[in-house]
Design a protein around this ligand. Structure first.
Ligand SMILES: Nc1ncnc2c1ncn2[C@@H]1O[C@H](COP(=O)(O)OP(=O)(O)OP(=O)(O)O)[C@@H](O)[C@H]1O
Ligand SMILES: O=C(O)C1=C[C@@H](O)[C@@H](O)[C@H](O)C1
Length: 261
């Protein structure tokens, strides 16, 4: 099954309300039955396989993953991998399950997520811009994305310490940003991107430059360290010029929402 990376509209850590926009960086997962039940992958994949073996009597599986998303980068790689794997299992064994919700529950169980990241899992699985309340595993809305270009400075291997209690001191501000984002995705993305960068202790230099050069929004995606900016289609030039000083750039676009039913 194919799923997608995402960039943040609203980070869910401060308020449990989160929003993520699917972007055109793909993950593909395929599975095959095997007699070798000893094989270990990583904590996320092993947690998912163990759960489906125990709860749904699924046999042991060989898992093949191909991913265009750097890990631990803020670009929602863990949700893309988990929804693709769970979706593939559901398809092969005819399970009528809520794939993003199982992804959220099992990401929490595996310890790769703070809130379950249902926002990331929903955009990874369905495309579009997902708005969720992660505390109750609820999808509130999935919207079609605006017509924009997305420029990413991809950075992996995040190694900052995240203090959840400190982030949650900003709950009210992020609830307000979430409300703004539901009416104006880009405006919400801009406020979140700037604020989360400062709160998590990242440099805001690249973000400020992107905004000065005309980006509609710019910020840290997820918990970082990747930085992104969005522009009108055809107006990427000045941002590409300024971002290219900082490293390789990925130029991509949002993925539309498509129902999987
Ligand atoms: N290509 C891959 N193959 C196997 N597992 C992967 C792959 N990519 C990501 N993962 C899993 O996802 C985990 C990374 O999750 P993490 O939440 O740190 O990154 P992220 O999803 O990029 O970050 P964020 O949630 O801030 O967007 C890895 O530890 C691994 O378990
Ligand atoms: O771990 C989590 O629960 C999350 C991680 C980031 O991707 C956030 O952007 C997301 O909203 C929630």
């Amino acid at each position: 099954m194919q799923t997608y990376a995402g960039v943040s509209v609203v980070n869910a850590l401060p308020s449990w309300y989160g929003s993520s926009m699917a972007v055109d960086l793909k993950v593909n997962v395929s599975i095959k039955e095997t007699n070798n039940c000893e094989k270990k992958y990583n904590i996320l994949i092993d947690t998912i396989l163990d759960f489906f073996r125990e709860k749904f009597n699924i046999p042991c599986l060989d898992v093949q993953i191909s991913s265009e998303i750097p890990e631990k980068s803020g670009l929602k790689s863990s949700s893309a991998v988990s929804t693709a794997l769970i979706g593939e299992i559901a398809k092969k064994y005819g399970l009528e399950i809520d794939v993003p919700k199982y992804s959220a529950i099992l990401s929490l169980k595996a310890g790769v997520s703070y809130t379950g990241a249902l926002d990331d899992a929903s955009s990874a699985y369905f495309g579009g811009v997902a708005f969720t309340y992660n505390k109750e595993f609820k999808i509130l809305d999935i919207m079609q994305p605006p017509e924009i270009s997305i420029l990413i400075l991809p950075r992996g291997n995040r190694n900052i310490n995240i203090n959840l209690q400190y982030l949650q001191k900003y709950r009210l501000v992020f609830e307000e940003i979430f409300r703004i984002a539901r009416k104006d995705i880009i405006q919400g993305m801009k406020l979140n991107g700037l604020l989360i960068a400062s709160i998590l202790g990242y440099e805001t230099n690249e973000i400020e430059i992107a905004l000065k050069k005309g980006a509609l929004a710019s910020g840290i995606s997820g918990n970082g360290p990747s930085v992104f900016a969005v522009t009108k289609i055809g107006e990427e030039g000045p941002i590409i010029d300024s971002f290219s000083r900082f490293g390789n750039i990925i130029l991509t676009r949002p993925i539309d929402y498509v129902s999987r039913n």
